[in-house]
Design a protein around this ligand. Structure first.
Ligand SMILES: *Cc1c(COP(=O)(O)O)cnc(C)c1O
Length: 349
């Protein structure tokens, strides 16, 4: 089917028809120091941010494109991945008509965005070992299934999905497959699905600067896809959705790849230490392997242990109400002293 894949068949009619807003900076974007800009009703007195930001974030995209080995027109940036995901819904899913498929237990925003956009969310549980149930997913899909969300590494289960299962889904699902790689930088020995963008025109990969890059506060999400998909999303994105301060701060950080990798290496090494300590704790029944910067743990009584940890000033996530996650807790990997405190506290409980 991939040779015949035509993205235009999946785009909502109103989106296909609409003419995007053209901002002052869209219409004239040459930056020459000697030019006089009297087009955008800005305050002319310089303070560092008195001008509108670049609506296409060209410098930032250029650097990212170089690092990820894609071209700039295969990138869309958003106010966090949450904005990127919302744009994907609004471009492809017709309210009350289309549906999406998600695989619980997984990231809660897909469901919220589906509800916000009035899109039916068809849930197909992961298998007992937290892998996509490929036959069940394909059986659940119909001609109105526009998006399939695969979160890999998955939140909260922390595992990467089996490569063959993902590939099978990308090949056989007739809508768009969105692979959420928020935690990809913590994975060892496996690359990003961005490498398969040329091969699969129905693939979208999302990443974020909120986790490994340590910039949750500036809100920057990244979407990689075919130039065709990106141009559809560009039509409907708010013109200045990534502010100037975010663009500058993100640029400084991504240009300093070594510093990021150093922190990621330390977080991974702390993750291994935490794993070794957690399996020795009596109230811990199971520690799930992790490809992310958090660890999912099954305990004797999740709610009781959650409350006790709060009392000791340690805030974690209780995942016990999630399907397949009864009595589980999710621990983010912290600094060495924070992880030690967590272990010491659990040992005393
Ligand atoms: C944290 C997280 C994100 C990040 O969202 P931002 O809006 O970019 O901060 C995306 N997806 C998953 C699965 C996450 O856990």
């Amino acid at each position: 089917m991939n040779n015949l894949f035509n993205i235009q068949n999946l785009v909502r009619e109103n989106v296909a028809r609409l003419k995007p807003y053209s901002s002052a900076r869209d219409e004239f974007k040459e930056f020459d120091k000697d030019m006089v800009f009297l087009d955008a009703n800005e305050n002319p007195f310089e303070n560092g941010v008195n001008r509108y930001p670049d609506p296409q974030q060209r410098i930032l995209k250029q650097v990212l494109a170089g690092q990820k080995d894609v071209s700039s027109d295969q990138i869309l940036l958003g106010n966090g991945s949450d904005e990127v995901l919302d744009l994907i819904f609004r471009a492809f899913c017709e309210p009350k008509v289309d549906n999406i498929i998600t695989l619980p237990p997984t990231y809660g925003m897909y469901k919220v965005l589906a509800a916000t956009n009035d899109i039916d969310n068809r849930e197909v549980l992961l298998t007992q070992n937290f892998e996509p149930d490929v036959p069940a997913i394909l059986q659940t899909a119909d001609e109105r299934s526009k998006l399939l969300f695969l979160c890999s590494p998955n939140n909260p289960t922390a595992n990467c999905f089996d490569v063959d299962s993902v590939e099978k889904l990308v090949r056989q699902f007739k809508g768009i497959v969105v692979i959420d790689e928020a935690y990809i930088d913590f994975v060892i020995g496996r690359g990003s699905w961005t490498k398969k963008l040329e091969q699969y025109p129905n693939l979208i990969v999302t990443q974020t600067l909120s986790k490994a890059y340590g910039l949750a506060g500036i809100r920057l999400g990244v979407c990689y896809a075919s130039a065709e998909i990106i141009s559809v999303l560009n039509k409907i994105k708010p013109p200045y959705n990534v502010n100037e301060l975010t663009q500058r701060r993100a640029l400084t950080r991504i240009e300093n790849e070594d510093a990021v990798q150093k922190e990621v290496a330390q977080i991974r090494s702390e993750r291994e230490k935490l794993f070794i300590e957690l399996v020795k704790i009596p109230l811990v029944k199971m520690v799930y392997p992790s490809d992310a910067n958090f660890i999912l743990v099954k305990v004797d009584d999740a709610t009781k242990r959650y409350d006790q940890l709060i009392e000791k000033g340690i805030v974690i996530r209780n995942r016990t109400t999630q399907p397949l996650c009864e009595n589980t807790l999710r621990f983010t990997v912290g600094k060495p002293e924070e992880n030690k405190k967590l272990i010491a506290t659990l040992l005393k409980m």
